[in-house]
Ligand binder design. Structure first.
Ligand code: SF4
Length: 326
């Protein structure tokens, strides 16, 4: 591991100033992804600003939303009574991620900002435009079983690995950010980017910006929800495909739906058109299949991941059936 300087911050603004002024500096909280990346030499920050002592771990009501601090631990959020009662989809997605030990270390902010698990990104002997812009993409002609079927570019076909983020995009969450120019909010759907020509940029955060919290608005989606994660072993594995679904039902009629897929794109993949297809329809497998067809429009497979073209709609239908029956 490269040598680096370590600074412990006690005030958000002080931490932001250090990282904003120094492009080689990085925030560190749980470190469950960043430390791995540093050990392998994929990321080599010269300075780490430890933000663990900042007062950003509360889970509390704020107006018409539940505000979850960026330093709240994944396990604390998954077990929080308010989250479980009002936003069980988020709890289910968090429980599906990583392992118990990792959830006890990983924070909400870090979960959002974790980097792709594309094997070529971690292998310094291989080309990777995300790790080193302009070197090429090892996955395009390599083993691309885990890779994207939506929104990829000829520069990068990686997927975002977070389960939590799939639930948050479905729940219309808002990200709260502090930076050198002040505070701002952005819809969760706008936090992560598609790779385009700049796959080295995972998010739309500006230099020095720190995620402080995420707001999850009140909604009627507390009862009929499900997070379906398909992976290669029962725990501690990233999703081949996942589906976060929430239904608002009036009897057996769908009043509203929220749908998103994970493991399919460089960002959590919201399915707005498929949601509209469900409105006013009976909560039946036939309706769910029609929505899944719409959801898959525009999907494109690479050499080794064509199975996702079937797996994704099947996971979505299964999740909808489970949610409707909840
Ligand atoms: Fe790198 Fe993206 Fe290609 Fe993976 S898919 S090798 S992360 S450029």
């Amino acid at each position: 591991m490269n040598q680096f300087q370590y600074v412990r911050a006690t005030k958000p603004q002080a931490a932001i100033e250090v990282v904003a002024k120094d492009p080689t500096a990085a925030f560190i909280a749980g470190g469950t992804n960043l430390v791995d990346l540093m050990k392998r030499g994929v990321m080599t920050p010269q300075k780490l600003v430890d933000i663990n002592r900042l007062p950003l771990n509360k889970i509390e009501r704020q107006g018409n939303a539940l505000r979850v601090g960026a330093l709240a631990l994944n396990s604390a959020v998954a077990n929080d009574a308010q989250v479980r009662e009002h936003h069980p989809l988020l709890a289910l997605a968090l429980q599906a991620g990583a392992s118990g030990q990792l959830r006890n270390m990983a924070t909400v902010g870090g979960n959002m900002l974790q980097r792709t698990r594309c094997a070529y990104f971690y292998d310094l002997s291989m080309p990777c435009n995300k790790r080193q812009p302009g070197t090429g993409c090892g996955a395009l002609e390599g083993i691309n079983r885990m890779h994207a079927i939506f929104g990829a570019s000829d520069k990068c076909i990686a997927v975002h690995p977070s389960d939590m983020s799939v639930a948050l995009v479905a729940l219309d969450a808002t990200v709260l950010v502090s930076g050198p120019k002040g505070d701002r909010q952005l819809p969760f759907a706008d936090l992560h980017r598609l790779p385009g020509n700049t796959p080295e940029k995972d998010t739309n955060l500006l230099p020095g910006e720190l995620i402080t919290a995420v707001d999850i608005p009140d909604s009627p989606f507390a009862k009929h929800v499900h997070y379906q994660k398909v992976r290669e072993r029962a725990s501690y594995a990233f999703a081949l495909v996942s589906a976060a679904v929430a239904l608002d039902l009036d009897g057996n009629t769908i009043k509203a739906a929220r749908l998103a897929l994970g493991g399919v794109a460089h960002k959590p993949w919201r399915l707005a058109a498929a949601e509209q297809v469900l409105v006013g329809q009976p909560a039946t497998e036939a309706s769910f299949r029609r929505a899944a067809e719409v959801a898959m429009q525009g999907a494109k497979a690479f050499k080794h991941n064509a199975f996702k073209l079937k797996l994704a709609p099947n996971a979505l239908v299964q999740a909808l059936k489970t949610a409707a029956a909840a």
